[in-house]
Design a protein around this ligand. Structure first.
Ligand code: PLP
Length: 461
């Protein structure tokens, strides 16, 4: 590689070049995904079932058959605080790996929360505001979603109440302080403020919580108060649609340098940053304009795509949400406390699950030590400390780049660097001290938990 080529390290769009509509993949899917079911009746849920939790604009987006949805001006205005986000060519990482592959990363760490989450938090707050809602209740694991929603609520004058998984509430005080700085209120979950929380505490007084439990608490509060709605940071169709601004920008940016991606890799927790980058590329693939391989990377400790069942399951632990057909490890499965808190969810977006079933995307699972190794290599070469979640995608990108080194192939690899790790330095500290433990899904205890959880579901599921 010539030294001169390092000059196109950063590929930027102007504010005027920022896309002004989201892409709705639902419209272009080769086959439609199975409907979301009411747990009591087994019938598909209608808008009225969701109305206690979500504003009508978001319910409409959840089932929209429009190919594109215009982004409201008020939302574009907030997006412009950090968007368009940069696309980088990872010249220095390529050099460190001595690979002929060309590696690009789309960096979402420039947002106010330091991750991709504000891309959906902002429109969710906006649509709730114009529907007359006063407060949003939500859950957060490591704290990224709570931070993003608190920021978005502060932009539109809404209150924000967050149930944070107890383990991270205790271990990661900086995320809580950031949520509070943006004006949000934070409770550790399980809490004694809800029936769901009290039931868990009665059985397990020392519960360290899970995303599923925290969702139950926030949903319960929203369902019981007509001026409070619920907001989810991943999994749902409208969330993934809001994230497609990432992929739409990346398409324009790669076109600017005349590149076509051969491989797209992203990390999957609930699937939103992955879907956000991938869906616009899949649209181009289905239209015959490109043919990238699309690969999801999940943690070996919580491998919903590669090891879970494709079944109807609840989105939360208490079983208060509708039943969703998705790849799941069982709604009462509590993953080991790996550092990538954002990837510790028992289920996977129904859209991503469906695309995986249809063979449109691939999936691999990675142990966290391999991911941190790639994260440290990335930090030392590119100068950005990645959040633990996207180190999973980086590990897969590094693996592919080393394969290219063997074969001499000049593949173009694009990955989503969906957040920075500045509030996850304790995890890097553990890795550098050699105290990272790889927990594996594959033992009998986990398998039994999955089988037991799924066998408890209603018969029609
Ligand atoms: C929340 C989060 C994730 C996981 O959520 P997805 O919906 O799968 O994107 C991954 N990375 C970061 C930085 C996050 O904040």
């Amino acid at each position: 590689m010539s030294e001169a080529s390092v000059r196109d390290h950063k590929i930027l769009l102007t504010e005027d070049e920022m896309p002004t509509r989201w892409y709705n993949v639902l419209r272009d899917l080769p086959t439609p995904p199975p409907p979301v079911l009411h747990p009591g009746t087994g019938q598909p849920v209608g808008p009225e079932d969701l109305a206690p939790l979500f504003p009508m604009d978001l319910i409409a987006q959840e089932v929209s058959s429009e190919q594109y949805v215009d982004i409201p001006d008020e939302v574009l205005d907030v997006y412009r605080l950090w968007r368009p986000s940069p696309l980088y060519r990872a010249h220095r990482l390529e050099r460190a790996l001595d690979t002929p592959a060309r590696i690009y990363y789309k960096y979402e760490g420039v947002s106010p929360a330091g991750s991709h989450k504000p891309n959906t938090a902002v429109p969710q707050a906006y649509y709730n505001k114009i529907a007359g809602i006063k407060k949003l209740a939500t859950e957060t694991g490591a704290g990224q979603w709570g931070t993003a929603l608190a920021f978005a609520c502060s932009q539109f004058g809404l209150e924000c109440e967050v149930w944070q998984v107890r383990a991270s509430y205790d271990q990661k005080p900086y995320r809580r302080i950031m949520i509070e700085t943006f004006g949000g209120t934070v409770h550790p979950s399980p809490s004694d403020l809800t029936n769901a929380g009290r039931a868990i505490l009665a059985e397990h007084p020392d519960s360290t919580g899970s995303l599923g439990i925290a969702i139950s608490e926030a949903v319960e509060v929203a369902a019981g108060d007509p001026t409070t709605n619920y907001a989810l940071g991943s999994v749902l169709n409208h969330v993934l649609m809001h994230q497609t601004i990432i992929g739409e920008e990346a398409l324009l940016q790669l076109a600017k340098v005349g590149e076509q991606a051969d491989l797209l890799v992203g990390c999957t927790g609930g699937g939103s940053n992955f879907g956000g980058l991938m869906f616009p590329f899949l649209r181009e693939k289905w239209a015959g304009r490109m043919s990238p391989t699309v690969r999801a990377v999940e943690p070996a400790a919580c491998p919903s795509l590669t090891q879970g069942r494709y079944a109807y399951d609840f989105g939360d632990t208490a079983g208060m949400t509708p039943l969703i057909k998705m790849h799941t490890l069982g709604h009462d499965f509590v993953p080991d406390p790996i550092h990538a808190g954002g990837l510790r969810y028992h289920g996977m977006s129904p859209l991503i699950s469906h695309l995986y079933e249809e063979g449109e995307i691939e999936a691999v699972a990675k142990p966290q030590s391999e991911c941190f190794k790639a994260g440290v290599l990335f930090a030392r070469s590119e100068g950005i400390v990645p959040a633990p979640e996207p180190t999973h995608a980086l590990a897969a990108a590094v693996e592919e780049a080393l394969r290219c080194k063997e074969s001499g192939e000049e593949k173009v690899i694009l990955t989503a660097l969906c957040g920075h790790g500045h509030l996850d330095l304790a995890a890097y500290g553990d890795y550098l001290a050699g105290s990272i433990v790889d927990s594996d899904w594959g033992d009998a205890e986990h398998q039994a938990a999955l089988a037991a959880a799924l066998d408890k579901l209603p018969a029609f599921a």
